[in-house]
Design a protein around this ligand. Structure first.
Ligand SMILES: CC(C)(COP(=O)(O)OP(=O)(O)OC[C@H]1O[C@@H](n2cnc3c(N)ncnc32)[C@H](O)[C@@H]1OP(=O)(O)O)[C@@H](O)C(=O)NCCC(=O)NCCS
Length: 158
């Protein structure tokens, strides 16, 4: 079974980027957050994972305005392990209830596509945010793209 292409609740909706314009909006949000705001990447946060045939780019909208993004892809088909990353909500839309649904949508999508667990390298400052969504820490704090991160995991269900 495949995931529904989108979910919506109140002013918030999440869906797979369905065309070139939505994919561009997804990338613009990542650029605003990871290049401009956090300066984790110099010029672009796009990497080889974005070119994978099985990568899924998700767009989050608030009252119809593109304001959030997340990316997911299978890491290891033999173990059903998926990776989620590039979770970003534009600064002006934070704590409006978009980040949590984006994570939930990524988790649900990977589960419906047969995944058994999802991993994420989470910025330490966001550990509590993920814990509240049911994720658990795996291992110690590590430096990743110049910031302290923790590996976190959640079990997936179909
Ligand atoms: C982390 C991020 C995606 C959260 O998005 P958001 O839209 O603000 O999240 P939500 O509004 O859905 O928050 C859900 C709840 O978690 C809380 N929360 C948000 N960020 C949190 C954090 N870093 N730590 C603890 N709680 C947090 C919210 O206050 C809210 O609480 P409530 O349910 O009691 O109201 C957003 O802050 C962001 O884009 N940050 C910059 C990029 C980044 O750090 N990406 C993640 C890399 S791991």
């Amino acid at each position: 079974m495949t995931a529904p292409s989108g979910v919506s609740a109140g002013p918030v909706s999440c869906r797979l980027a369905g065309d070139a314009a939505e994919l561009a909006a997804h990338h613009r949000i990542r650029f605003e957050v990871f290049v401009r705001e956090q300066a984790i990447f110099d010029e672009s946060d796009v990497d080889a994972q974005d070119a994978r045939p099985d990568v899924l780019h998700v767009l989050g909208l608030h009252n119809g305005v593109p304001a959030g993004a997340v990316r997911l892809y299978p890491l290891d088909a033999s173990t059903g392990t998926w990776q989620g990353d590039r979770l970003a909500v534009l600064p002006g839309y934070r704590t409006s209830g978009l980040g949590a649904p984006l994570v939930a949508f990524a988790v649900e999508t990977a589960g419906r596509r047969g995944g058994g667990r999802m991993l994420a390298h989470v910025q330490l400052a966001n550990e509590r945010f993920f814990e509240r969504l049911g994720w658990a820490r795996r291992g110690d704090v590590e430096e990743y793209v110049g910031r302290p991160h923790v590996l976190m995991e959640i079990g997936l269900t179909g």
